[in-house]
Design a protein around this ligand. Structure first.
Ligand code: EPZ
Length: 429
């Protein structure tokens, strides 16, 4: 397995182009199952997660063609017919968002058998809201031996669905199923993440009638069929926030291009409160830090437009060397502090109690071998390493590869001393 070695203490100076959003791209890929015509997704990130999903979509009957277009990497997805409406455990286990093929399969063919995704490193992550939404749309659902058996032989029908709390995946799933349902669907207390807007824009380009995405009420008038379209994946807000935090941690000046400040405004405000200079361009964000210690700032994770849980580990890394005590509260997932013991290996002073971490800023971190536990936690370790004295070696970087495209290349281009050690990691679990 690969490792990433980072020698800290080098300021970052330069530009980092932001890729298309992983968490949008994978839902847009599943949308391609809704039509027998080709969907071309541009600004596609090339990641382990998009590859995993591609493997599943091929089994279901999709043809995928990757190429480089005038606007960078693109993927053409074409499913003339669904050859199998079965998503096996092996493939769903590798990436839980694969579960979202259930809605499109059901909407297009009237039946599907999809493995339950199971828990993961950050929490139990049930899918009850997804299943209730599909039932509200008229699907008959049975759970047996770890599989969801869903049937809607006469098609889905529109309904009003009030989510008891905000769920990104369940909102997207309901949208994906409702576009081909008969009549009107109203989603109340819907997620407002930019990925909702991106998915709705793509579905509308395919002929769907979705209104209100990005607000907490989404209205969908079902249509009888969707057609092909071309859609550009929205910039990755988590990648944007991650490199913003990397630049703040290492110091220097970095311009993040092909992205927008409004995608990460709640983070940028916290960074400014900590003493980081932020410049907001039309499609870029500039981060500057001139040395001197940052101030400790508290954050609490919340659904969009609140502070993203997917940036919590990275922000905590920044706070490890801030002046004072900061409190980070995690409200979305119950087990998302797995990075804390690893940050402690670098010399961070953090205590966790329930969903709250107290970070007492230290003068400096010291490089050490550490282990990645999940995607965002691992990049939090990379950020900490950028400011640590000496070398940090991050193990299990396959987590990073799931969601960060060419991370070493993007950081090295700004002067960071980062290199990948291929196939070097020894030992097992
Ligand atoms: C999405 O997960 C993202 N994943 C996550 O990013 C992100 O952390 C999360 O949204 C919150 O922003 C993808 O888009 C692929 P939720 P999702 O449904 O949709 C509970 C990353 O690192 N819940 O909004 O699974 C759930 O357990 C990943 O890229 C239920 O109880 O998140 C959680 O506590 C990690 N029942 C809360 O709701 C359900 O049926 C919010 O989860 C669904 C969710």
């Amino acid at each position: 397995m690969d490792q990433i070695a980072i020698v800290g203490g080098v300021p970052l100076v330069g530009e980092i182009p932001i890729s298309g959003a992983k968490n949008s791209a994978i839902k847009l890929m599943t949308a391609s199952l809704l039509t027998d015509e080709p969907l071309r997704l541009t600004n596609m990130p090339r990641l382990a997660d998009t590859r995993f999903l591609g493997k599943l979509l091929r089994r279901l009957g999709a043809e995928l063609t990757e190429s480089t277009g005038p606007n960078g990497p693109q993927t053409l997805l074409h499913t003339p017919e669904i050859v199998s409406a079965f998503a096996p455990y092996d493939l769903v286990r590798q990436m839980r968002a694969s579960f979202n093929v259930l809605g499109p399969l059901l909407a297009r063919t009237g039946h599907a058998k999809v493995s339950l995704p199971g828990g993961c490193a950050i929490g139990a992550r049930p899918v009850d809201l997804h299943l209730k939404a599909l039932e509200a749309l008229g699907a008959h659902i049975d759970l047996n031996e770890g599989y969801v058996y869903a049937q809607a032989p006469r098609g889905l029908r529109g309904a009003t669905i009030a989510f008891p709390f905000v769920s990104v995946g369940a909102t997207e799933h309901a949208m994906l199923a409702a576009v081909l349902a008969q009549g009107e669907t109203v989603l109340l207390n819907a997620a407002r993440e930019p990925e909702m807007v991106d998915l709705a824009d793509c579905l509308n380009a395919m002929g769907a009638k979705v209104e209100g995405a990005g607000t907490s009420t989404i209205r969908i008038v079902g249509v009888s069929r969707l057609h092909g379209a071309v859609h550009s994946v929205t910039p990755d807000r988590i990648e944007t926030g991650t490199y913003a935090l990397a630049a703040a941690m290492a110091g220097g000046e970095v311009r993040l291009t092909q992205t927008r400040a409004d995608l990460v405004e709640s983070l940028l405000l916290k960074m400014e409160a900590a003493g980081v200079e932020v410049g907001r361009g039309v499609d870029s964000v500039t981060i500057r830090r001139d040395g001197g210690r940052l101030r400790a700032v508290d954050v609490e994770t919340d659904p969009f437009p609140g502070f993203a849980t997917d940036l919590q580990a990275q922000f905590m890394a920044l706070m490890t060397t801030a002046d004072g005590v900061s409190v980070v509260r995690e409200t979305i997932f119950e087990n998302r502090f797995m990075h804390v013991p690893e940050l402690a290996r670098l010399g961070a002073d953090i205590t966790v109690s329930g969903g709250e971490a107290r970070i007492r800023g230290v003068e400096h971190l010291q490089g050490a071998p550490v282990m990645a536990t999940d995607l965002r936690a691992s990049v939090g370790l990379v950020i900490a390493a950028l400011a640590a004295r000496g070398e940090t070696v991050v193990n299990r970087v396959y987590h990073l590869d799931r969601g960060f495209e060419r991370l070493e290349e993007k950081l090295s281009a700004c002067g960071a001393r980062v290199r990948r050690l291929t196939g070097t990691e020894g030992g097992g679990d």
